[in-house]
Design a protein around this ligand. Structure first.
Ligand SMILES: Nc1ncnc2c1ncn2[C@@H]1O[C@H](COP(=O)(O)OP(=O)(O)OP(=O)(O)O)[C@@H](O)[C@H]1O
Ligand SMILES: [Mg+2]
Length: 315
């Protein structure tokens, strides 16, 4: 049995538990993981898994610091063989050069580590955030409107920074926003990686039914993307944060995808679901969710101006 299923975590289901609950509770030892170490880092416990691989909590013994390591799925290497250029390597290099309090810090080197079956796996080293991803707060409905607004502002600032540095995230969704337990740290992760994984990812979506629920209409249509696509995905994320549910009412992913694409489906006002949402926040979210690229927010800076007006006035 694979390690993730032992933990009740299934590949592709993007389930997460707080790191403290994993490993120890299940009585697992690092020898039972697909890797016991990555370069100098000692693997401690799996944190979760998603579209590109599995994320582990690990120890850097030299600095006595905990790091997070994303061990890319084996098939991820196919990309590399196909193209002479190492796109992923280049993107990681760009990602690692970005410095912002709301953007997760990444190491620039990708470590190639042999796993227990003798396969060479590509591993990305990042700063570890001891806390939860945004899905936790969406599911548990424990934040006040003021806290939701503050989180939104911080995340939009980080996204604005990425965009101003020429990085389109392409995979904006609650699982890619990390928040520390005391909420002092809020971080965007997995930025700029999905371009190199586009082909791989499409296959994963087909085979494993990964999520398209946060994709912009232009992304679903496989058109060229710019920062505005991230703004749409951020709109869905904001909608979920403020209301606890997705803006589409479909019963299955296929129906939801249809509603995302069709202008016949009107997104409800968030305040019609959660009456505490200020009307002006409704307008911000619905403007981020415009299907027409020309009438959607053109930048996060523009959206932030409207959000801070909302927070300044009513909350
Ligand atoms: N640096 C980190 N520190 C702490 N937890 C992390 C870190 N990176 C990821 N995680 C946790 O691990 C989970 C799985 O991450 P992963 O990126 O593999 O999956 P995902 O975000 O659900 O999907 P995707 O592959 O589309 O990004 C995340 O949802 C997050 O909760
Ligand atoms: Mg992720």
């Amino acid at each position: 049995m694979g390690i993730m299923s032992k933990l009740g975590l299934h590949k592709g289901s993007a389930k997460t538990a707080s790191p403290g609950q994993l490993g120890g509770a299940a009585g697992l030892h690092s020898s039972e993981f697909e890797l016991s170490h990555v370069g100098p880092y000692q693997i401690q416990a799996p944190i979760g898994s998603g579209g590109m691989g599995t994320v582990y909590k690990a120890l850097d013994p030299a600095r006595d610091v905990t790091v997070a390591i994303k061990v890319l799925d084996r098939r991820y290497d196919l990309d590399k063989k196909k193209s002479k250029q190492d796109y992923l390597g280049r993107e990681v290099l760009i990602a690692a050069s970005l410095n912002h309090p709301t953007v997760i810090k990444m190491e620039k080197e990708i470590i190639n580590q042999e796993d227990v079956e003798g396969n060479l796996r590509r591993c990305l080293i990042m700063e570890f955030i001891d806390g939860y991803n945004l899905k936790h707060f969406i599911d548990n409905r424990i934040l006040t409107i003021k806290q939701m607004t503050n989180l939104t502002i911080r995340l939009a600032e980080g996204l604005d920074f990425l965009h101003q540095n020429g990085v389109v995230h392409r995979d904006i969704k609650p699982a890619n926003f990390l928040i520390s337990r005391d909420m002092s740290q809020v971080k965007i992760c997995d930025f700029g990686l999905s371009k190199s994984s586009a082909t791989w990812r499409t296959r994963w979506l087909k085979e494993k039914g990964g999520t398209r629920l946060y994709m912009s209409p232009e992304q679903l249509r496989k058109q060229t993307l710019d920062a505005r696509s991230d703004i749409f995905s951020f709109g869905i994320t904001m909608f979920e944060l403020f209301t606890g549910r997705h803006p589409c009412a479909g019963n299955n992913p296929r129906e939801i995808q249809k509603q995302l694409l069709s202008s016949k489906y009107r997104f409800p006002a968030p305040s019609s679901i959660n009456r505490e949402v200020p009307e002006r926040m409704d307008r911000v979210i619905l403007k981020a969710l415009r299907r027409n690229l020309d009438t959607r927010y053109q930048s996060c800076t523009e959206m932030l101006l409207d959000i801070t007006r909302v927070s300044g006035s009513r909350i």
